[in-house]
Design a protein around this ligand. Structure first.
Ligand code: BYC
Length: 329
């Protein structure tokens, strides 16, 4: 009887939860939620946070070599924004009952996933343009959808992040626009960057819907509101005309406007490459992890100093409060 009673209660809770989702109500941290919903969010939000933080590395690489003071200032601001996005997202994950240190440790141990895209190298200055235009462009496509995700703290973090990503996308596009209006060599550099970043950018949206293990449940819970393939198509449709304005050639012989579908058709993604990168064997996976681990180790003194300062402040506060208490007494 108790076991059966529990099942009925869970079924009722699950039904009420799904009804709230279907009414488009936001789920907040203290609300009841199925454990699988909580775990899915922790997985997705933490992977997203890790992507923001690891995403600082390929671009940070170009800060000392930016071609002008204006470019350097914009790039520093952008990389700093990515750190901020990581922090909003770690905070959103923490509202689900996991602490930040655990998430950091998962990433440090190489157990956590982050977006495949950040395992590719930024070889020339044009790559910084391509990352802004394509990578941030793909990120926005996905994140605009996530401003309407069912979990309140994640949706609210996304609103702020999207505003900043839109500036990032434009600064990338403007870098490329400047290059394509420059010398033949600069234009060739822009084309080469597009050739290398196009396919990895399409991979950011994840496996095809038929292969996406989490999509069906995440769509039912309205964590995801559009599928991987829908977003990828939306990205291709929006980006092809932008490439035309730049006068650059998208490296896909099968790319063609399909009048009947009202969308561009495009070629098959190399899924072997995608999974190889996801499983740690991309061009820069090891380099990225080593840089992150180094940064963490080199920052140990900052964390220790911050902790010592916080403890000192707390002690002083306690002393002052103690004095006041004594005076009152
Ligand atoms: N890379 O069932 P699926 C940014 C994994 S932008 C690595 O479709 P889901 C930034 C997936 O995690 C990038 N792994 O999963 C931009 C799952 O593995 P697990 C960050 C990938 O979750 C500029 C498995 O494949 N954006 O930060 O339903 C500068 C099966 O996939 C990838 C986000 O994270 C990939 N590309 O859908 C700086 C957006 N794709 O967990 C920073 C939030 C799939 O079972 N995330 N996998 O081991 C999402 O919207 C969804 O998680 C995804 C995947 C669309 C990415």
């Amino acid at each position: 009887m108790p076991a059966e009673g529990k099942t009925i209660e869970n079924a009722d809770l699950l039904k009420a939860f799904q009804e709230r989702i279907d009414r488009d109500e936001k789920i907040e941290p203290k609300d009841w939620m199925p454990d699988a919903y909580r775990q899915t969010l922790i997985r997705q939000i933490s992977q997203h946070a890790h992507s923001e933080v690891i995403g600082m590395l390929p671009e940070g690489n170009w800060i000392p070599r930016a071609p002008s003071l204006r470019r350097k200032a914009a790039l520093i601001a952008k990389v700093q924004d990515e750190a901020g996005h990581g922090l909003y997202l770690y905070s959103a994950a923490e509202t689900l009952g996991i602490d930040r240190e655990t998430l950091y440790q998962q990433l440090l141990a190489g157990k956590a996933k982050y977006s495949s895209i950040f395992n590719y190298p930024t070889l020339t200055w044009a790559d910084i343009g391509a990352v802004g235009w394509l990578v941030d462009g793909a990120a926005i496509m996905n994140q605009v959808m996530l401003t309407r995700t069912s979990y309140g703290p994640y949706a609210r973090a996304m609103v702020r992040i999207c505003k900043e990503e839109s500036f990032h996308q434009r600064q990338g596009y403007e870098i490329l626009l400047t290059l394509v209006r420059g010398s033949e060599e600069q234009k060739a550099m822009a084309q080469d960057a597009l050739d290398r970043w196009w396919w990895p950018s399409l991979m950011m949206f994840g496996p095809n819907d038929a292969e996406s293990v989490h999509s069906a449940q995440s769509m039912a819970w309205r964590i995801k509101r559009k599928s991987n393939d829908e977003l990828r198509q939306q990205f291709v449709d929006a980006t092809v005309p932008q490439a035309e304005v730049l006068g650059l050639q998208i490296p896909d012989a099968d790319l063609k406007w399909n009048e009947d579908r009202g969308h561009y058709d495009f070629g098959e993604i190399d899924w072997n490459e995608f999974w190889s990168v996801v499983h740690g064997n991309g061009p820069c996976n090891r380099e990225r992890m080593a840089a992150y681990q180094d940064a963490h180790a080199n920052g140990a003194w900052v964390r220790e100093a911050a902790m010592a300062y916080a403890e000192k402040r707390q002690m002083r506060k306690n002393e002052t409060t103690g004095k006041i208490d004594l005076q009152v007494a």
